[in-house]
Design a protein around this ligand. Sequence first.
Ligand code: PEP
Ligand code: MG
Length: 753
Amino acid sequence: MLTTLRQIVEGVTQAPSLHDAMNVLVRQTRSAMQVDCCTVYLAESQRRRYRLVATDGLALEAVGKVTLPYDEGLVGLVGRREELLNLADAASHPNFKYLPEVAEDDFNSFLGVPIMQQRQVLGVLVVQQADSRQFDESDESFLVTLVAQLAARILHAEMKGMLHADQQWRRSLKGVAASSGVAIARAWVWRPKMELEHVAPKQSDDPELQLELFNQAVLQVQLDLDATALRFRESVSQDSMAIFEIYQHLLTDPAFIQQIEAEIVREKWSAASAVRRVSERFIQQFQAMSDSYLRERAVDVRDVAQRLLSHLAHSQIDEFDFDEPVVLLAEEVTASLLAEVPRERLAAMISLRGAVNSHAAILARAMGIPAVMGLELPLAGLEQRLLVVDGNRGELLVEPTQSVLDEYRQLIRQAKAMDDRLGAESHLPSETLDGARISVLLNAGLNLESESAMRDMADGIGLYRTEIPFMLHDSFPSEQEQTLRYREVLANFSGRPVCMRTLDIGGDKPLPYFPIVEDNPFLGWRGIRLTLDHPELFLAQLKAMLRASESHDNLSIMLPMVGSLSEVQAARRLLDQAWLEVSEELGRKGSSVRYPMLGAMIEVPSILYILPELAPYVDFWSVGTNDLTQYLLAVDRNNSRVAGLYDAFHPAVMRVLQQIVGTANGHGKTVSICGELAGDPLGVLILMAMGYRTFSMNLNNIARVKYLIRRVKLADLYPLLEMGLHQGSSAALKGLFTGYLEQLGLNDLLPPK
Ligand code: PEP
Ligand code: MG
């Protein structure tokens, strides 16, 4: 059964168009199941009907023409119930609908299964048989397994078909709304892989730079290969492992490497062109050999060359040249890719993988660019097409009609007017109508320039994500480099508190020069776990922060991903050591540095139960609701498949947040919120009602949140929270606070639905 299934899936996947794919599906399924007829109906959601798109057994004239409303016939019933229907005598079923044009009079038995993708019915696959018999269990399980494997591919083929047909899209594609706002711009598809043949011969007037890029690419590929070899060591045979050795050998083979270097230095070819020229010569030589083993080596050369080119393509991102901003599209837009593209060239981003609180989404929000993630879509057909990215609804429209474009242009104008309205008040203090002073801080680390330009809006920095500069480097930044950067930040916010978080890499924030290969990266070597294992990195960072704070005295330090008391104690010992060393050093020139406040982030659920024990060792807590939600709900914040389950307003998260503020007050500790919930208008109101008074958020949310705070009364919020928490559902809780905003005429502060 597995072989047959695989053959059908491959046949469908490889078909050049949706039409061909559906024909392959019905033909091969009919033959594999030895039935008299197989038909596929695809849903047209806007018109609420199914269209017969391919059949092997019914009248061919009906293909593409016959449609069935969602609420009619057996096909409609399968779709509505979202379950299989197995009938020995279809015509006697009350839902049976006779369609003369499909000529199904000869068939009695009917087995229909819904084609489901992410809770959505894409269509119905039906097999029929002339004799009146119930299909058996093995038929049912075959068909169910087949459609489960095919659903994503059918959706993909459907999209591809639409793109190729070049028709105006009547329907939008739905993904996860990852960063609000609307943008209209042309598509630019980011492909990390560059094919050898696609490298255009190009010369360079900076051979030194090209040589440096090439050497870095070699190093990167070596690291990648080591990491892959490590991953496969347990699971594959020694023969297969030999391939990694061959690749590594090629990367150190002077004949190969020196020829490329010579092409760069002497002939002035760009690094990518030199790789292509030399690799092609090697490939030709190997291909011409009579020994079959050596002939095969041509494949290895090509693979290694392609790996080098991928890295070279990546390091050339700043070379892209557009007249106007583009929509960046990629299989997976990572935080580092996003941070590398100049802001002024980015209108929006679409990532097929990732979800609302992946770090790329957080960066998109911090940069103020609309983003949609988790779409099922063939990227190749989108290059250069005009797109509308609706980050409020999580929708993408391709080549929309003029009237749709006009509607979206109007929305963009309205959003701009709103931003101006909010901006006009952004320098005013954030105080509620009944006099409660709320501290509004900035989540910083992405873009020093824009963060500094807007610094007057914030009361300080509540979370400085130090990992972003690490991600943009090609090796660990030196202590000196770090000192300079941190000093700039502390100086920019002089007189206001700045909370720097120690390095939080791992999870979905890998460093290109420090590969970590793990099955479960979010449960793996992340944050404080990693830095405590590398005290040399941790101490360098702590010393850089301390040295940078000389004469500013506004530094506090925060530890990410703390899960136990011993981690804080170990970190405290290292901070003592770093402080003593820096104090000694500064003391020699008659200066000194204040011992900073040390805080722990509340992200890992275990820490919730040891807050009292932790209290003597920390000065403050800050709740990272992004990770706390992920770990409490066991929902990967980066996985679009479970995006619907990721809910920072979940009653469990709410209860925990309420407990935290109570414990913090009981121990006289300050507690802030620095996860994305702090920048959400409903989140802020709920958290204020719980007792939180310090919120740290993206630059983009500050004006909105301050505007909101200045228009509400704390006293109004308490009864709403009381009522909302008893309802036991996030929708009910949010509904109550949304109603309050509506009463105040402030609901336009919420993203449009
Ligand atoms: C969080 O987890 O809420 C947080 C602020 O940290 P990050 O998003 O950087 O993981
Ligand atoms: Mg976190």
